[in-house]
Design a protein around this ligand. Sequence first.
Ligand code: TRP
Ligand code: SF4
Length: 333
Amino acid sequence: MSSEKKMIKQRVMSGTRTTGALHLGHYLGWLVNCLKLQNDYECFFGVMDWHGMTSAYKSAHEIKKWNRDIFAEMVAWGLDPEKNTLFIQSMVPEHIELFMIFSNLTPLGWLERVPTWKDAEEEAKANDTHNLGRFAYPVLQAADIAIYQGGLVPVGQDQISHLELTREIIRRFNKLYQGQLPEPKALLTETPAFPGLDGRKMSKSYGNSILLDEEEKSLKKKINSMVTDPQRATRENPGNPDVCNVYTYHKLFSSEADQSWAAQGCRSAGIGCGDCKAKLCENIGQMLKKPREIKKDLLNNPTRLDSIIEAGCEKARQEARKNITLVKEWMKL
Ligand code: TRP
Ligand code: SF4
């Protein structure tokens, strides 16, 4: 029994920034991992709207709509609101309280070195997001994790530096106040950077994404717009699937049988790019269909969605209140 007692299961904590609708990049880089983890861990998954606001503050009037959209999406894809704690960040004020505490023990130098800040400063100046909120972004993220005593954090590769900073902040906190916050570890997904329709990283701002609730018609249009192997100028020219983004997608979303059908057909000019794309469209379409319907139902039934959101946020607040109280005790505030 004592050994069992020692094996206290770590908690999982993660979230996604509110920036409008989720796309396939979010699915492969984040959601897939969360869906797996919910079976084995106690999980807290948040819609991080304060983080969204650091760059989308001019669209503040849209945030509420985006929050609901993302929340419904998460539920539609299978994150279970009964099994997990699903919440919206701004509805749990303790995040901000802990953020303020952490702000004091985070030297500016630590933040200046974070690549998501340092490497995007010029861009940020150009689009009016060279602001304090965005600079402090990783401090808020640290507070998100610590307010639930999160131990495992499923995130994409681009978040590694934020997790490192989180650990440093928490270590500093624990040392200063004899606290016992866990130092969280990042859990990376297998697909590191998922290419968008044009081969660059999939991102809303590049306009190269397939949304998680993409309708059949626009899905077809988007996939048909993908560039294929330029060697295949005509149907008769054999091609090389390894240089073709359509085939990269097949490897991620199609069965093994369809993958070899595409690869062989491409190399032997047995199939045309149109056939190849049609098959991909069918496979992705199949995957999106059910969640899209569930999501639509949820959005069409606002009372039901509101009650799921409210119940999740209440569960989150209870846990967050417990931990902010602990934090203040450690600090002898
Ligand atoms: N920064 C994360 C992203 O852009 C989102 C996020 C906010 C987050 N708070 C978090 C992720 C806490 C994990 C844990 O993807
Ligand atoms: Fe790409 Fe398929 Fe055309 Fe080959 S057949 S070039 S893999 S779209």
